[in-house]
Design a protein around this ligand. Structure first.
Ligand SMILES: Nc1ncnc2c1ncn2[C@@H]1O[C@H](COP(=O)(O)OP(=O)(O)OP(=O)(O)O)[C@@H](O)[C@H]1O
Ligand SMILES: [Mg+2]
Length: 383
């Protein structure tokens, strides 16, 4: 008989929700400077001035969204003049969707009246702001998605123009971007550049000591004592540092402890962490693969098929090898798909000038077999 068998109703979690993706931690350290800068940018609006626009930049999992949410809570506690509106641009990805969200948040109505044209919607929003004498503070979170879909300039222009067209109406904008490859100077068009002044707030990656601090705090809150030893915590911090995203650490703790529970152990072992790490990476990758359209899956399938340790492949090689039928993406679409894969870090790219043109090399970022396995699961196809 095994010792220390966990009874069916026993658990190692004091509070499992502490490890959930959308959990907002009570204790939130290491981002005071960034939150202070957000406060500084908004202060003028409290004394009749305008909000300074800001762009928050930092790779995924560096606390941008949580900082904004914490700051928005403070704003709501302090003043009724500024109305914070958080917009997830992965969900609301068009200018109409974004203004609908602003409208519903401001007015409390469930949606703009059916058939409202975009111009009329902006007009309704502007009139409401003027009447109530408020300043909406709009956070365009995950705005990189607006950039990929080429909606970014339209949205910003519509927001900033309100103030030009309607006297006494102004809005503040906080743009959040997690893709380090995006260069603002290249993204912002001339029309927007002439009206968009902003300051950049950087969210540097956390150091190992900071990651350890964040994860230990969560462990204290979410696990019973001695479930995770300090050596195993170090292992999890190491793995988290490799990926740079605190979410990986939180997910690893949760999965390792669940693994220990399944095996009726009272503490986490090294094998639990290894198993959790593999599952965690699969989850991340399959999330990405599941969100792809049919033609994108086709291109990814082709890249996977051609990936080998012996040979570099170019975008041209991939395109030429694709089947020639109507379902196969045309050149422009194919190039957009490649750009998207690069943006979401499914592939990395290298460039070389050779012969008459510029060559673009594609590399899968993850292990070929791992991608192939998940792709097969998704498409059900033999590859
Ligand atoms: N300083 C911190 N203290 C406690 N928890 C933190 C801290 N920073 C990040 N986290 C946690 O890490 C996770 C990711 O943070 P958050 O969502 O704020 O990152 P992000 O920078 O917005 O990432 P993304 O660019 O992917 O949207 C959340 O679960 C959050 O609670
Ligand atoms: Mg975020």
């Amino acid at each position: 008989m095994r010792k220390n068998l966990l009874m069916w109703d026993q658990t190692l979690f004091k509070d499992i929700e502490v490890f959930d993706i959308d959990f907002i931690p009570g204790q939130f350290d290491y981002r005071d400077t960034q939150i202070e800068r957000l406060a500084f940018a908004v202060k003028p609006a409290l004394i009749g001035g305008k909000v300074l626009n800001t762009i928050c930049r930092g790779i995924p999992g560096t606390g941008k969204t949580t900082s904004v949410r914490k700051f928005f809570d403070e704003v709501e506690e302090t003043t009724k003049k500024i109305i914070p509106i958080h917009i997830n641009c992965q969900i609301d990805s068009t200018e109409y969707a974004i203004f609908s969200r602003i409208y519903t948040r401001l007015t409390g109505n469930s949606a703009p009246p059916g058939g409202t044209a975009f111009k009329a919607l902006i007009d309704m929003v502007a009139k409401y702001i003027a009447k109530e004498e408020i300043t909406p503070l709009i956070c365009l979170d995950d705005a990189n998605y607006l950039i990929y879909s080429k909606e970014f300039n339209n949205v910003l222009y519509a927001v900033l123009r309100i103030h030009e067209v309607y006297e006494n109406v102004s809005l503040g904008v906080i743009v959040v971007i997690s893709d380090p490859d995006i260069l603002m100077e290249e993204v912002i068009d001339a029309r927007v550049a002439s009206v968009f002044r902003y300051e950049t707030i950087n969210f540097e990656p956390y150091s190992a000591a900071e990651v350890a601090g964040i994860l230990s705090q969560r462990t204290l809150q979410g696990l019973y004592p001695n479930v995770l030893s300090s050596e195993h915590m170090d292992m999890i911090v190491d793995r988290t540092m490799q990926c740079g995203d605190v979410r990986i650490g939180l997910d690893l703790i949760k999965r390792s402890v669940m693994e220990a529970e399944i095996n009726a152990r009272l503490g986490v072992t090294t094998e639990d962490i290894q198993k959790a790490f593999s599952a965690s990476r699969d989850m991340h990758l399959s999330g990405m693969i599941n969100s792809l359209a049919a033609d994108e899956l086709q291109v990814l399938g082709q890249i996977v098929k051609m990936t080998s340790p012996e040979k570099f492949i170019t975008t041209g090689d991939v395109r030429r090898a694709m089947p020639k039928n109507t379902a196969t993406p045309k050149l422009t679409r194919f190039n957009d798909i490649i750009d998207k894969f690069n943006n979401i870090h499914l592939i990395s790219m290298g460039y070389a000038n050779k012969g008459e043109g510029r060559k673009r090399y594609v590399n899968l970022r993850d292990d070929k077999n791992r991608v192939e396995k998940l792709l097969r699961k998704k498409t059900g196809l033999k590859m």
